[in-house]
Design a protein around this ligand. Sequence first.
Ligand SMILES: C[S@@+](CC[C@H](N)C(=O)[O-])C[C@H]1O[C@@H](n2cnc3c(N)ncnc32)[C@H](O)[C@@H]1O
Length: 451
Amino acid sequence: MALHSIEETAKAIAALATGFDGDTSRRARLLAQIDKLRYLVEGPTDPILTQWASVTTISALSILTSTGTLAAIPRSGTVSSTELATKTGLDESVIARCMRLICIQGIACEPAPDRYSHDAKSLAFIEGHSKHLFNTLLDHIDPFLKSPEYFRTHNSAALRDVRHAPYSYGHGRDGIAYYDVISEKQERLEAFNGTLALINETLPILGMFPFSSLKAQVEVEPHRPFIVDVGGGIGEVLKEIQKEAPAGFGAQMILQERPDVLRSLDDEAIPHITKMEHDFFTPQPVKDAHVYLLRRVLHDFYEPECVQIVRHVASAMAPDSRLLIGDFVLPEKTHLGDDTFLYWMDFAMMMLTGKEKSAEEFRSILDEAGLEMVKIWSSPSSSASLFGGGATFLFASETMLFFGGGGDREDSGEEVFLLRFLADLLPALPGEGDPAAGAFLRRDEDREREV
Ligand SMILES: C[S@@+](CC[C@H](N)C(=O)[O-])C[C@H]1O[C@@H](n2cnc3c(N)ncnc32)[C@H](O)[C@@H]1O
């Protein structure tokens, strides 16, 4: 056991805890150090017990949410397991055992023996977008458990084939792509869209690429769309960008998505945004837009599909169009106590035939698609907290970094951009802080317009 490391980490915790006022960024750093201290102190069998506890908690919460028991706890005051059993029909001893398990972890409270009340963390499982995140997690459990069986019966080529996602296999839908499987059930699609919305509340969109710097360029040529958000989800990203680019500087803002996602969107909910059905594996129909955005799209796929997607965008770009790519970037190697989010997300992507990628992997995708990396933009701040003073998990420790550029470069005319996200606490990427090694994209002007 590295006593020195333990003492150093404990000192870092003490420093961060002194005067802690709930600041999101500081909370993320504090939690990371607390996790690190735990890893340093744990004995050989402790991780197994920790995982056991985690699975047990997920199970208890699944019982409590699926039976409506958690929702039956009043918003103020307390309730007993017997009263909850009367309301939900679930055995009272099951309720008490599940409640005790979550209360000791700060999810709900037991202020008096067998009297339960909500707190912000227990409410997060049944309210707002966070409940969708939990439902999405539950929806992935069967595929996770069946993944050893998947790897016994599928080879590497199948893993990279969108029709053979481990997720689809785990739900008995092998041969059907992940996005088609989630569209098969309304509650799945709702949980997925809610999870996206939650992520977007948490991961910053602004503060990296300077959208406002495009004002003059767009206003000179407003007949060209300002931005095309390819695989743009439910329009949250474009709405946020409007804070820097009110009404798209008078030019079109286009949300390209799958038909069922667009159908679920009311026009009033996404003002100044034009909905357009588009499959990003087909040629890009909107030519010469000022900006094309691929945010959190490429991590859904392995390299060959990413190259296809980027090529379709590249073929539609004017010489001064920009491509922004938003994704996490994997560092060269892991370090004890690194933020788990990135690796958790990468594993989740593996279940959907996708992967998080390193800067070099992005560079080679762009090279193959005829584009050159031009600049990396970093997020200046950590993400916002999920629920005010409530739970701090998953994305709360994340910081998004931007690849991209041009807004502040004199020769930005022919550049395209890459945006990236990266955890605040991860070590710097190779080249970070080194302008010579900075990641830049440049459009290959000699490219054929159609691919
Ligand atoms: C991880 S989400 C990211 C959404 C959004 N860009 C964001 O940052 O919140 C990927 C999106 O790609 C969409 N998508 C998947 N396959 C697609 C396809 N072939 N063509 C267009 N959109 C697709 C999905 O519906 C989903 O909304």
